[in-house]
Design a protein around this ligand. Sequence first.
Ligand code: NAI
Length: 273
Amino acid sequence: MTRLDGEWLLTGAAGQIGGILRTGLRSVVQGLRLLDIKPLTADSSSERVYRLDLQDLTGLTEAMAGVQGVIHLAGIADEADFRDLTEVNIVGTYHVFEAARRANVGRVIFASSNHVTGFYPTGVPVGPDMAVRPDGFYGVSKAAGEAVARLYADKFGLEVACLRIGSCLPRPTEPRHRHTWLSPRDATAAFVAAMAAPDLRYTTFYAVSANELGWWDHEPGRALGYHPSESAECHPPGSTWEPATDSVQGGVLATPAYTLDRQRPIRAKFTRS
Ligand code: NAI
């Protein structure tokens, strides 16, 4: 089993994947710093908790002092108002990378999303070197986060991995998941591979299970040491569903209504009398 030195900081530790990694990383790292805007309680002496907003750059920098690396999960994990996504997912991600630079953190793992490329048709195999085609403002915010990540790798020498996460759930719950499912065990394996990879500079890969009907190139993950062990087909009734009938990979998120229904009205500030 992989063992890593030192402490790692997990943003978004109170969330769904935060809970999975909190458990999964217990035997992997010496200590975990758990950060979230929501309250958390330390379960053991190897955990420390930080209740912080991603907008607090000074607090983030202090929380990162002395850590080996950061896993950045915190954010809005769905389509939302564009201005909220900008503040939390783009400015917040900039704050995480800038805090990591200031605190001399070696490595940052960024939780990106498959919705960065959700507008590719369902029949098309997609890899991380292809142009982004976000399927909504959420995907736009993650594409911007990846650009911030790349800048901090190229300009400031941080070691960075962006994981384009599929659909992380205990089991598949809809036909699209035959293509996109990421099991909790494989999620942990994907993050551990990115945390432990030697000679990492900058990489992007799809964190997805070994689904027989998968759309995304497994090779970049494999090259880093990520070997998924589960498949949506092994979870009934998954194998009896028809494959997804959507025309594009993002599914319902790619529809105009899914985005438009989540925008706040824009105030007419500049009306003339
Ligand atoms: P989640 O919504 O369960 O957790 C997100 C956490 O971030 C929450 O605990 C929330 O309190 C925290 N947070 C939100 N705004 C914050 C702020 N301003 N400051 C500090 N903390 C804040 O999301 P989940 O499912 O755990 O996803 C984690 C990450 O992975 C997200 O960035 C999401 O976009 C990404 N992802 C998740 C997928 C999934 O299948 N769950 C798929 C693709 C990407």
